[in-house]
Design a protein around this ligand. Structure first.
Ligand code: NOJ
Length: 774
């Protein structure tokens, strides 16, 4: 019997779906399973290993300067990959964003495979494809799951139109050490916020599920613990207690799985001594058996191959056999995949062929569900239109407005109302590439709006806008591997008279009514392989800021960043500080909307902002300890409190919290209390507030954090308007994983509840929890 997923197998319904942009499968689960199994029955072991292999295939613009400096095994290997395609031994390709290339390579895959199996195309659609949204940490700072979902739906629509079926996103790694550059890709320090953001992103990418038109597979990553790298050093080992793992690092993954994520990516590093990519407990017992994940697992790039490098696997055959047995369905490979050795591993009885079959089944099922057998090719003309859709830019602009966090606003310097002249200062103010941020490759620089352009466009008649960079861009001591892609390294002006440029900037500031400085990190200083040993403003930025402040002109500091930076001096000497993050394609326009008051800022910090690097990690959800009285003075040389607390963010208005009530003051474990709190806009303009709900368990079978976020809602209130919000506190919120009993527990205890606008909220009440009825 020959089982091809040929056009003949399609129905009219599938054809109708195709007309809408992408095909959704119309087969029942049983029908899919039957056909996939019949196909597997005809496949040879090399074909199976091929289906489980994903190759890099770079067709992105690369800079000539760095081409020569590339490591030999990082080169595209186009010929090798195309040969594998022609043998029908490629399951998936990554890093191709050109629809014409997708079609050409897809043809090779289908024609190469005796069974006509199409390839899945994956890509790091981290914060947009062509329309670049604010970086993920910024999206998290919006505390706006609906907006995040909308943003990732735009990213998915563009990706799918270009022929990409699968986003290697969201990154749901909790990050508590800002030295780790990948903090920019996640949702910060908190598992509750992290889980909410993870769910919103999975929904945005996938819609109602795999195969939804204009959507892609979501691949939450990197399971697990990657954010806790020793010393914040990317790729280095992670040692996490059971309590931290279950209570902090795993919840966003579980939430993403429960939201239906179709894929999970493994992590690079050793977790408690076992490489995450070879960890059967993590990838099978936790992910599949405990959480019920039924999608497919991909390794991080070369992570299976590198099981040998870790000193874990004896050789590539051993690495492949152990990874697939641990639960890695697909290997993301550069060259020399370990999974190419799977036939040999099967022959040597290192792994049963049925194990490969189970993985192939998951991969093929995803392909069928995504409609690949119905519609493997992409409509290039339609792709052009979708990528140019102005509605996408509108979503990006709103996302950037909503992610801005007003850290300080002494004397209500912001919003700017009618200054006659504005001095815009700092190289980042005029850099399109940095406005976009890291982890973007297919952007259009021409349509990117810088802060300088945004201010110029918005300032209007009669307002003079001057610009001076003041300093030259700072540079990394060690170059970034991402600099090899075109337009990725900072442009360092060849001619730059440092003293003259600095004087020019200071003079301009002195002669203007207000100075707007854009300071932070260049985008290649944050992201993967961008760990730092310091949090200082790189280059001469602090000196520039100090010189500008010394002119006496009021200063607005716009921070362009993906990690908290050392702003101790600014927090005392600069009246207005707005965190704009890397705001994306429409960033400058959105920033202008906020600083001129067309919209009020409403974002809140998704991490505790440390004063200095020596303090990290600093988190709001620490336990109380035996000596809480001087918890803010644990160091003799600096306060041990954060500079700005988790959840902090000011507004152009003022919010008051009142009437914190409970529908009952006593429950049994397993039952739910509903908390109500009224939020009033006590200011004079419409603005957004993120109401936050925290709990503290007073006593029990473990010491629990002094505060834990357990609810939040972003609302818009007109001046004088009030709204009463309700939050449930039930088993999901009250349970925690107990390291002594090694189980989830709900204690008999008293729970304090706090509501307010950040993690230091003071309005409080409490209820008791009796013996668990569960
Ligand atoms: C390595 C990164 O760790 C991962 O997040 C990314 O998806 C892959 N490279 C593919 O680019």
């Amino acid at each position: 019997m020959s089982v091809h997923f040929t056009p003949a197998a399609r129905t009219d319904q599938a054809a109708a779906a195709r007309a809408g942009g992408s095909a959704g499968p119309d087969w029942s689960d049983a029908e899919i399973a039957g056909r996939v199994d019949a196909l597997i029955a005809q496949m040879g072991v090399a074909e199976k290993a091929g289906q489980l292999t994903q190759y890099f295939y770079f067709n992105l613009p690369r800079s000539e300067d760095t081409e020569a400096a590339l490591p030999a095994d990082f080169s595209p290997q186009h010929a090798m990959v195309e040969a594998a395609l022609a043998r029908g031994e490629v399951g998936s390709l990554l890093f191709i964003t050109d629809p014409a290339e997708v079609n050409r390579l897809q043809r090779l895959a289908i024609e190469g495979s005796r069974h006509g199996i199409p390839a899945l195309f994956g890509f790091d659609v981290v914060h947009g494809l062509r329309t670049i949204l604010p970086v993920p940490i910024a999206m998290a700072a919006s505390w706006d799951p609906d907006g995040i979902e909308k943003g990732q739906a735009v990213a998915a629509r563009e990706a799918r139109a270009a022929g990409i079926h699968w986003a290697f996103a969201p990154m749901v790694d909790i990050a508590r050490d800002p030295r780790w550059g990948r903090i920019v890709e996640g949702a910060g320090e908190d598992p509750y916020l992290g889980a909410a953001v993870a769910v919103a992103q999975v929904r945005g990418f996938q819609g109602d599920g795999l195969g939804s038109p204009d959507r892609v597979i979501a691949g939450p990553k990197h399971l697990a613990g990657y954010g806790a790298a020793l010393g914040g050093r990317d790729y280095d080992e992670v040692n996490l207690s059971d309590s931290e793992l279950w209570n902090v690092y795993l919840p966003p993954f579980q939430a993403a799985v429960e939201a239906g994520a179709g894929n999970i990516m493994t992590a690079y590093m050793d977790l408690n001594g076992i490489p995450a990519t070879g960890n059967h407990w993590l990838l099978t017992e936790v992910l599949r058996e405990t959480w019920g994940f039924d999608g497919f697992v991909v390794s991080d790039a070369r992570a299976v191959h590198n099981l040998r490098t870790h000193g874990f696997a004896a050789d590539l055959t051993d690495a492949g056999a152990r990874a697939v047995k641990a639960g890695v369905d697909m290997e993301m490979a550069m060259v020399d995949p370990a999974y190419a050795h799977l036939p040999e591993a099967v022959g040597a009885n290192l792994v049963d062929e049925e194990v490969l079959d189970a993985s192939v089944r998951r991969v093929l099922t995803a392909k069928v569900r995504m409609g690949l057998f119905d519609q493997p090719y992409v409509d290039e003309e339609r792709a052009r239109k979708v990528l140019a859709d102005p509605a996408h830019r509108a979503v990006a602009r709103i996302a950037a407005q909503r992610s801005a966090v007003l850290l300080r606003n002494e004397g209500d310097l912001l919003p700017l109302t009618g200054p006659g002249s504005i001095a815009v200062i700092g190289p980042l103010a005029d850099s399109r590439r940095d406005t976009i941020g890291p982890w973007a490759f297919d952007f259009d620089l021409n349509e990117t709006v810088t802060v300088l352009e945004g201010i110029r466009n918005r300032a209007g008649e009669g307002v003079e806008v001057g610009y001076a960079p003041g300093i030259r861009p700072a540079q990394r001591t060690f170059p970034s591997m991402f600099d090899m892609f075109g337009n990725n390294a900072p442009v360092i002006p060849a001619e730059f008279d440092e003293d003259a440029e600095r004087d020019r900037a200071v003079t301009l500031a002195g002669e203007s009514d207000v100075a707007v400085l854009v300071l932070g990190e260049w985008q290649n200083m944050i992201g993967e392989a961008a760990s730092r040993s310091s949090l200082e403003l790189p280059g001469g930025q602090l000196a520039l800021l100090q010189a500008v402040v010394a002119t006496g002109t009021p200063v607005v500091l716009l921070v362009m960043n993906g990690r908290p930076l050392d702003l101790r001096w600014a927090a005392e000497n600069v009246p207005a500080i707005l965190d704009i993050w890397y705001p994306g394609t429409q960033g400058g326009a959105a920033v202008a909307d906020v600083i001129f008051g067309d919209v009020a800022p409403g974002g809140k910090l998704p991490f505790s902002w440390p004063r200095a690097v020596g303090q990290v990690p600093v988190i709001y959800s620490h336990t109380i300890s035996h000596q809480p009285g001087d918890q803010g003075r644990r160091y003799w040389d600096e306060a041990s409190t954060p500079l700005f607390p988790f959840g902090h963010g000011l507004s152009y208005s003022r919010f008051e919290y009142s009437d914190l009530t409970l529908d009952r003051v006593q429950i049994q474990g397993g039952e739910t209390v509903t908390v109500s709190v009224t939020v009033t806009n006590a200011g004079e303009r419409t603005a957004d507030e993120v109401a936050q709900l925290y709990i503290h368990q007073r006593y029990g079978s473990a010491s629990r954090p002094s505060r834990e976020l357990k609810g939040f809602r972003r609302i818009t209130l007109a001046a004088g308007e009030s709204q009463t919000l309700r939050f449930p506190l039930g088993p999901h919120e009250l349970r925690y994983w107990n390291a002594a009993t090694r189980a989830w527990v709900i204690d008999t205890t008293t729970i304090d509840v706090f509501a307010g606008g950040d993690s230091t909220a003071e309005l409080t009440t409490s209820f008791t929890v009796g013996t668990c009825a569960c």
